[in-house]
Design a protein around this ligand. Structure first.
Ligand SMILES: *[C@@H]1O[C@H](CO)[C@@H](O)[C@H](O)[C@H]1NC(C)=O
Ligand SMILES: *[C@@H]1O[C@H](CO)[C@@H](O)[C@H](O)[C@H]1NC(C)=O
Ligand SMILES: *[C@@H]1O[C@H](CO)[C@@H](O)[C@H](O)[C@H]1NC(C)=O
Length: 453
């Protein structure tokens, strides 16, 4: 009699353990497959049409975790061959064609079944900002040509547009803080934690035609045109952002050369930023085409001119300084040009141009002058600046922030829905695992302790 009961109880406990164990396993697999299945991945494509070149970025993220942070990753970065789209003013159709190769690379990466639902944008920055100032109909023709090519792709094309300098700065700030996880983090304990306000980083961006600075200021922002506010994950962010058009690297070097040409008597120009023996041939027409150069070429300028470098950093810095417009900095407080050039820091940047066309020496000194004398960074604040092209495998720029904002991947409110579901599955998994263990232990206890006979 006892034996039959023992057998019955044992069978019941072992059966329960098997059923509970299976349920736990299914719960675990449900979670795992939703992460691993490639069909659950979403894609987004952004073209960054800068002044000197265009890049394409493909981003991907798990579809069911659309509203999470830290899950969007860069799947592809493609450099478009040739110059920036603003250089095709005389032949707009070619601007569109230049994007074909990268577009095809992106199409090959995104599974065909998802093409229709994959958003694609093109954002143009300072190069096109300058062109539309110079000749808005040419800029319009380029946007039309580019939109024609991109609109033909079997993707969800959301348009090509000119980004304002302020948006470029603010979106770059969103990108870097998103990538570094300083906006919001999903903790191991399954909760959303908002990092302290003080951990947010500011963003400095050096482009070809403009440069941007964006940060959370300690005090009120007096000039409202430099303020950007947005709501991310339930927090209101207010940043100071300013884009300095014509202070990008290439435009700066162009202005520098134009200034030197004007003060030079002949077709040979001595350039203090280049190492001795460096020379290049320039078309003066190209030099004076930029809207950033506010003068006309000297009448006796030869068709081509030669630049010879002396590689004198002190003279190079003086020449760069001469280009800053003191009056435009008045009232802003951070454009103090009375600072002394600080030699200890120079070594970090002073890289000699090793071959013609490489302007590393001049650009290095320019960046240094901008940071120390333009923005007024000092010895105490200097170590806080980090120079990066990438963070966490993602290129840093405005493109990721742009896609996050437009596709709503970063919600204005704290995402609660996914947490609840995920937490529920996790909690059920734990309960079933504990029950499995209890049933198994019960079976063992019955087997060992139940009186025989
Ligand atoms: C702008 O470009 C168009 C086409 O290249 C030209 O016909 C027009 O004269 C230009 N306008 C100005 C203001 O330069
Ligand atoms: C974010 O997207 C909205 C439209 O969804 C737009 O109005 C806003 O300007 C964008 N923010 C930035 C900084 O570009
Ligand atoms: C993500 O957030 C947006 C807006 O906040 C919402 O419309 C959408 O349904 C959310 N998606 C998911 C998967 O929760």
């Amino acid at each position: 009699m006892g034996l039959t009961w023992k057998k019955r109880v044992l069978t019941a406990l072992l059966g329960a353990a098997a059923a509970l164990g299976l349920t736990t396993l299914i719960l675990l697999l449900v979670e795992a497959t939703s992460v691993l299945l490639p069909a659950d991945t979403k894609f987004g494509i952004v073209f960054d049409a800068g002044s000197s070149h265009t890049s394409l970025f493909v981003y991907r993220w798990p579809a069911d975790k659309e509203n999470n942070t830290g899950v969007v990753s860069q799947a592809l970065a493609c450099q478009v061959k040739g110059p920036g789209i603003s250089s095709y003013a005389s032949n707009p159709a070619q601007a569109g064609e230049s994007l074909q190769d990268c577009l095809e690379e992106a199409l090959a990466l995104v599974p065909e079944a998802q093409h229709q639902e994959t958003p694609m944008f093109l954002g143009a920055t300072a190069g096109m900002r300058l062109l539309s100032q110079k000749n808005s109909s040419q800029a319009g023709d380029i946007f039309a040509a580019v939109s024609r090519v991109l609109g033909q792709a079997p993707l969800d094309f959301w348009g090509a547009e000119l980004l304002a300098g302020q948006a470029e700065g603010a979106l770059g700030w969103i990108t870097i803080n998103y990538v570094l996880g300083t906006l919001i983090k999903y903790s191991f304990s399954g909760e959303w934690i908002r990092p302290l306000e003080g951990t947010l980083v500011g963003a400095l961006d050096m482009g070809g035609a403009s440069t941007q600075i964006t940060f959370v200021p300690g005090g009120p922002i007096l000039d409202k045109s430099t303020q950007a506010t947005f709501r991310l994950y339930g927090s209101e962010h207010r940043v100071y952002t300013h884009s300095y058009l014509c202070f990008g690297r290439d435009q700066m070097l162009t202005r520098l050369l134009a200034r030197l040409v004007e003060s030079s008597p002949g077709p040979l120009v001595r350039h203090p930023c280049y190492h001795s023996g460096y020379w290049t041939t320039l078309s003066p027409a190209a030099l004076y085409e930029s809207p950033c150069v506010h003068s006309t070429p000297p009448p006796d300028l030869a068709r081509t001119l030669t630049v010879e470098g002396t590689g004198n950093p002190g003279a190079c810095v003086s020449a760069i300084r001469g280009l800053f417009n003191f009056s435009s900095c008045e009232g802003r407080g951070h454009c103090a040009f009375d600072g002394v050039y600080q030699p200890p820091v120079r070594g970090r940047f002073y890289v000699e141009a090793s071959s013609p066309g490489q302007d590393r020496c001049a650009s290095g000194l320019y960046i240094l002058t901008l940071l120390l004398e333009g923005y007024g960074f000092r010895e105490e604040t200097w170590p806080n600046i980090e120079f990066h092209k990438q963070a966490g495998g993602t290129d840093i720029g405005w493109t990721l922030g742009y896609m996050l904002n437009l596709t709503g991947v970063i919600p204005a409110e704290v995402p609660a829905r996914w947490r609840a579901e995920s937490y529920g599955i996790w909690a059920a998994g734990v309960v079933f695992a504990v029950l499995t263990l209890l049933a198994t232990l019960g079976a063992v206890a019955v087997h060992l302790l139940w009186p025989q006979g």
